[in-house]
Design a protein around this ligand. Structure first.
Ligand SMILES: NC(=O)c1ccc[n+]([C@@H]2O[C@H](COP(=O)([O-])OP(=O)(O)OC[C@H]3O[C@@H](n4cnc5c(N)ncnc54)[C@H](O)[C@@H]3O)[C@@H](O)[C@H]2O)c1
Ligand SMILES: O=P(O)(O)OC[C@H](O)CO
Length: 316
């Protein structure tokens, strides 16, 4: 919708024929965004070759853990001019790779043809055309500027950045911190606890980012603090809601059953922790989330562990 509103002809790929038919005939995606009328210049197809033919940009947005397999099938269809754009906010399990790394590894297009869009961009609010800003990141600034122009609308304001690593880490780790903040809210804890988790969550994200070569300033921007604040304060956030259900005492199985859409932090908390450990970075909040989500640790115990860590300087 954003790309179409900015003037592009958009072809949406989807797996199910009935959803494609609904988008093409009613201009609505009834399963994911009911009540939102899509521009008529958005067409849908089940054929990836049709979606990719002649594309200036291919915007990739599937659950992060499914990207590699999907992309392997699409790679032969990607034309030499096409820039690959990731909207995904996850880290791959097993490899601990960011999505742009997976894209480059599978397609071999080179980092200059891989871009990332990340920021406080809850889909439902964007679909309602509420004002929002975002970051368009690519190591090649000229490519970032082209993509910025392609998604700039009166309600969507993209800023360019060349720090792909920082933008992607900001997006992936905020989902995990969103789970932690949701858990605290579900436990009935108040704003001091939530603000502490948000701020120290950003501190551990920045610590990881610096070791991986990101610009620490990125984490104070839209793809860092901006996205973290949106996710940690919104009832629309799947990660926040997922955490809240766990904090209220629902089991993991019940919480998964209650979650219709992708809450990336549930899987990515493990891969973020893996990435941190590979790089010798301490991420205690991420570790606590993994303990609760994957090791069945009660939220109260995980919180106690966090609060009983040794006292230290705020910056180290
Ligand atoms: N929804 C948001 O507000 C938002 C905002 C910014 C970024 N993101 C990111 O976008 C990514 C996708 O999330 P979403 O919100 O679109 O999730 P979603 O659950 O709403 O939609 C996921 C889509 O992927 C499809 N899908 C599921 N498994 C698939 C597979 N194996 N192969 C191909 N398609 C598959 C589903 O059918 C669905 O259409 C995530 O990384 C998320 O962090 C989401
Ligand atoms: O619903 P969430 O938790 O995946 O958050 C959505 C977006 O990432 C916010 O920018």
């Amino acid at each position: 919708m954003v790309l179409a509103d900015a003037g592009s002809q958009v072809t949406l790929w989807a797996r199910r024929q009935e959803l494609v038919d609904a988008v093409n005939t009613t201009h609505e995606n009834p399963d994911y965004l009911p009540g939102v009328r899509l521009p008529e210049s958005v067409r849908a197809t089940t054929d990836p070759a049709e979606a990719l033919a002649g594309a200036d940009f291919a915007v990739l947005v599937v659950p992060s853990q499914t990207l590699r397999d999907n992309l392997a099938a699409w790679a032969p269809l990607i034309e030499p001019q096409t820039v690959l754009v990731s909207l995904m906010k996850g880290i791959e399990l097993g490899t601990a790779k960011r999505m742009s790394e997976v894209i480059d590894e599978v397609t071999k297009v080179g980092p200059e043809r891989v871009a990332v869009v990340s920021g406080p961009n809850l889909a439902r609010e964007i679909a309602n055309r509420q004002p929002a800003a975002s970051v368009v990141a690519c190591v090649d600034e000229a490519v970032a500027k082209r993509l910025q122009a392609a998604c700039h609308t009166p309600y969507f304001r993209p800023y360019t950045n060349t720090d792909v690593v920082g933008c992607e880490l900001g997006g992936a780790v905020k989902n995990v911190i969103g789970l932690a903040v949701g858990m605290a809210a579900g436990m009935g804890l108040g704003d001091n606890t939530k603000a502490t988790l948000i701020t120290r969550g950003l501190a551990e994200t920045t610590r990881l980012g610096e070791v991986l070569g990101a610009d620490p300033h990125t984490f104070a921007g839209l793809a860092g603090m901006g996205d973290l604040v949106a996710t940690c304060s919104s009832p629309l956030s799947r990660n926040n809601t997922f955490g809240m259900n766990l904090g209220r005492g629902m089991s993991l199985a019940e919480t998964i059953a209650a979650t219709r859409q992708t809450a990336e932090g549930v899987k990515s908390c493990e891969s973020v922790l893996d990435l941190a450990r590979r790089n010798g970075v301490d991420m205690p909040i991420v570790e606590a989330v993994v303990d609760v989500v994957h090791n069945g640790r009660p939220t109260q115990e995980a919180l106690q562990t966090l609060m009983s860590r040794s006292a230290k300087a705020e910056r180290r």
